[in-house]
Write a protein of this length. Structure first.
Length: 201
């Protein structure tokens, strides 16, 4: 009877130990499952983050490709603008040279015109002086004829009206330069306020 009870006690003890081990094993299994679930969750999160990173990397790669394409386009445009600028600089330089040549030609023409005007003025002045001297000779000749016909002596002073019959056309001459004639007395040459007295020949 004691042996049977002892055996029964051992069986119960073995059963209890088995339950303890089973409980412990189940607990370890649950812990392992929890860890595995956590690891799966972390793996899923990591995969999602990896996909997000890959998506960001793809987007950045696309942006880089777009920026590279834009950079190449801008580089070509810059090169074209530089070529156009160089062409415009050459044209500007040519126009500047042409303008300088035109200005020099215009300056030379202006100098020639001024010289021609000066020569014309000198010629005109010479012609006017010659015409004035001829007028003074007519006045002097009229004075002498007046003195002979009227018997006037040296120092007598005729008027314009008295000399008109002895002048061409009966008109008293006028200085072409706008001067005023002084008849003067007999024996004194007539004079012009601009060209001076009649020069002796």
């Amino acid at each position: 009877m004691k042996l049977k009870d002892l055996f029964l006690g051992l069986c119960i003890a073995a059963l209890l130990v088995s339950e303890v081990f089973l409980f412990s094993a189940n607990q370890q299994k649950r812990d392992a499952l929890n860890k595995m679930n956590a690891a799966q969750h972390d793996t899923a999160a990591a995969q999602a983050k990896l996909q997000q990173v890959q998506s960001t990397a793809d987007s950045e790669a696309m942006d880089n490709m777009r920026l590279n394409a834009e950079n190449k386009s801008l580089t070509r445009k810059l090169s074209d603008l530089q070529n156009q600028n160089s062409t415009l600089n050459n044209v500007s330089e040519q126009l500047s040279q042409q303008l300088t040549s035109a200005e020099q030609a215009a300056l030379q023409q202006q100098e020639q015109i001024q010289q021609m005007q000066y020569q014309s003025q000198q010629t005109q002045a010479g012609n006017e002086q010659t015409a004035c001297m001829n007028n003074l000779r007519q006045i002097d000749a009229a004075k002498n004829e007046w003195a002979l016909e009227t018997g006037k002596a040296v120092g007598a002073m005729p008027s314009e009206q008295e000399l008109l019959p002895y002048l061409t056309g009966g008109v008293f001459p006028v200085c072409p330069s706008g001067g005023v004639y002084t008849i003067g007395a007999i024996g004194t040459p007539p004079a012009c306020s601009i060209h001076g007295p009649l020069l002796a020949q």
